[in-house]
Write a protein that binds this ligand. Structure first.
Ligand code: IDC
Length: 488
């Protein structure tokens, strides 16, 4: 691309960014005067497994490739899930589904599609993964040069969407804004598309409620308000859609977690969210199962920088404010946090350090993570060989990080300290209804001969899955695991 074209693209981004800063400041003011916490006790919430253990969810998004396939299927085969399990020890996947495939005609659901999704969910479930189904959209739908929404639900009133080098810029094209306005009902429309959307989700939930592999539903990828933005959007049409969809899902599925995302364009950059408390029909406090699933994509990285030079300090500050804002919103929502997307072109300078920094941030926050994405290429832990096989990229060792997977009690802190090669985990045991031990993933690259535990008793070690189980029980636990030395 010519230098001037790059400059104009950057200028466009900057204009967009500055609009967003203004909107976000307004949002911050609104949020500041609103109640900061409803139904929360200030205590961190955890997603738990069927033994009542706190889950530390870690994995990848599967898959961007699904967006452009007519049948909506990701590129993977069962063997790819197996490879991921072996090479990364993941226990989590954010699995992309699309409204256009779920409901190809109004009110008509495609059971063949859902069967194919279920088959893939089973590939994950059989390997101990927890699956979050993500109703993905970017730029609304194929009719607006994006993906997600069906053509029948896309009304642009003849306005155009011009192709853009940077895909996010298509969000501000007139046809896209108009399609969103019709969806949200902020522009007069003959149809209530939100009701269809909620009903489609209820149908999906009805299909997966008894599937133990499915942990929950991410209601909408990166919501965008069209011509209504910031807190007005999040506390208005977005919250209304979430409430409607929550109610519809809870009619058929009482127990799965429901993941909500904030408006992406501001929060991805570390700005505040105006998303209000959403009441879960299944109950308040510890009964509620609403989780918060924001993304983190610092603006300098969106602009094509690496984690180096001037951009590095800016990205670091972004991560700091992102954490503050995310924790604040999570408290308000009484919700555990899962970072539904984070990622970078791993060939950029400093990219690996950035990825490690996000994982460290997630450890500090007690948040789950789903890296974007598993699609082979420069952003991925794998790339295609000339002969069509897959080989690890430089990113894979960074994602293959020692971590607790399930903590039998109330987690306190956990941390992989790469310098001292120590995994430190502390928790309070004997929470009511908790069974089993604390499960730790010890990758071969760091623990070739397994782990030596101080401060706890080993129940089992499986050298194949690299899972060490440590006993829990009443009181405080503080364990440290270091690699078994060669001479032992
Ligand atoms: C990106 C894909 C890219 C595709 C684009 C538009 O990596 O190949 O052209 O979507 O569909 C998001 C989105 C996620 C993006 C990802 C990376 O949720 O769909 O995938 N990203 O750009 N938000 C911020 C970044």
């Amino acid at each position: 691309m010519a230098g001037s074209a790059i400059k104009s693209l950057r200028a466009k981004w900057r204009i967009w960014a500055s609009c967003w800063v203004t909107a976000a400041v307004a949002a911050a003011l609104l949020v500041a005067v609103g109640p900061d916490s409803a139904g929360a006790g200030g205590k961190r919430r955890w997603i738990t497994d069927d033994q009542g253990r706190a889950l530390v969810l870690n994995g990848l998004n599967t898959a961007s490739s699904a967006k452009s396939e007519p049948n909506g299927m990701p590129w993977i085969k069962a063997a790819d899930v197996q490879r991921e399990k072996q090479q990364l020890g993941s226990n989590f996947v954010r699995f992309l589904i699309q409204w256009r495939n779920v409901e190809p005609r109004p009110g008509a659901y495609d059971e063949t599609y859902l069967d194919q999704v279920a088959e893939r969910v089973h590939w994950y479930g059989a390997r101990g993964y927890h699956v979050m189904l993500d109703m993905h959209q970017d730029v609304y739908g194929p009719k607006t040069k994006g993906n997600g929404a069906p053509a029948w639900a896309t009304q642009t009133d003849g306005l155009l969407v011009a192709e853009q080098d940077q895909w996010e810029l298509k969000y501000i094209e007139p046809g896209t804004v108009r399609a969103f306005d019709h969806f949200w009902g902020t522009r007069q429309s003959s149809r209530n598309l939100r009701a269809r959307y909620a009903a489609a989700w209820a149908h999906v939930a009805g299909r997966f409620r008894d599937d133990p592999a499915v942990i929950g539903y991410d209601l909408m990828n990166e919501p965008w308000g069209g011509s209504v933005q910031g807190a007005a959007f999040e506390a208005g049409p977005l919250a209304a859609l979430y409430r409607r969809t929550l109610a519809a899902i809870r009619e058929v599925d009482h127990d799965s977690w429901i993941f909500v995302e904030p408006e992406a364009v501001s929060t991805n950059w570390g700005l505040p969210s105006g998303l209000p408390y959403l009441k879960d029909p299944r109950g308040d406090g510890d009964r509620a199962r609403i989780a918060y699933a924001p993304h983190v994509y610092p603006l300098p990285l969106d602009l094509g920088n690496g984690y180096s030079g001037d951009a590095k300090a800016w990205v670091r500050r972004t991560l700091g404010s992102w954490r503050t804002q995310t924790e604040r919103t999570a408290r308000r929502l009484n919700a555990p946090v899962v970072i539904g997307e984070y990622g970078i072109d791993a060939t950029l300078p400093g990219a690996l350090t950035y990825v490690a920094a996000v994982r460290r941030l997630a450890e500090e926050m007690g948040a789950g993570t789903a890296y974007w994405s598993n699609d082979p290429g420069p952003w991925s832990p794998w790339e295609r060989t000339k002969r069509g096989g897959l080989r690890a990229t430089r990113l894979l060792p960074v994602l293959d990080r020692p971590t607790p997977l399930a903590i039998a009690g109330e987690p306190d802190t956990y941390e992989w300290d790469a310098t001292s090669r120590t995994l430190k985990v502390s928790w309070r045991g004997a929470r009511r209804g908790v069974r089993g031990g604390t499960e730790l993933y010890l990758p071969e690259r760091h623990f070739p001969r397994g782990g030596r535990v101080t401060g706890g008793d080993v129940i089992s070690w499986d050298a194949k899955s690299r899972i060490l189980v440590v006993r829990s029980g009443p009181g405080k636990h503080r364990v440290r695991i270091t690699p078994v030395p060669d001479t032992d």
